[in-house]
Design a protein around this ligand. Sequence first.
Ligand code: C5P
Length: 223
Amino acid sequence: MTVPVITVDGPGGAGKGTLSYSLARELGWHMLDSGALYRVTALAALRSATEISDELAVARIARSLKLSFIPAAEGLTQVLLDGEDISAAIRTESCGAAASKVAAMGEVRAALLERQRQMAIAPGLVADGRDMGTVVFPAAPLKIFLTASAEARAERRYLQLMEKGESVTLARLLETIEERDSRDRNRVESPLVPADDALVIDSTGISASAVLDTVLREARNRQ
Ligand code: C5P
């Protein structure tokens, strides 16, 4: 039996995590936070003093990660690396920036591909990332590409980081978001682009619940 998959791709801060979590909860499906895989890989490389630009060494680390994912509230997945809870450590802006660097490497992406596909378990999977619909699950029957203006995404991230007590300015955040977007969109390996058959939703000025309703309607229409 083919396990149904809904892919949710788009740039950082567009609300993919919140949408994916709510969708998975409504449908009773599993959720894959693929960004967490790139973040953990970056964290493990930094901790092991591996040069972040050493593609083969970073790919080796990606292949050997001993990970567990535990779904948590509001789209945030609790991530355990060798049993240690590293959820907070991977959610910093500096880890996000390092993740986007290792994510541009073909060997690293190849090392994480099978791990992601193995997460498609019945009754279904909501897969959140950048290349879920284009590369990892190209046969998914429903593909969402969720976007929003860079300003709206920076504001959303700003509020999330303030809540966690991380000190950043909105201007600096906008700069890093644009830098990360540009790297994700312009890389050779799995660039951030909507799949040809994706439903593109611009969430600028739209509530998370309105976005969820739209996607749930699409999902139910296609069942
Ligand atoms: O989504 P999140 O911000 O956690 O992802 C961190 C980084 O991991 C992104 O900036 C992107 O470079 C990379 N990523 C990716 N492919 C995915 C998910 C994330 O390249 N499927």
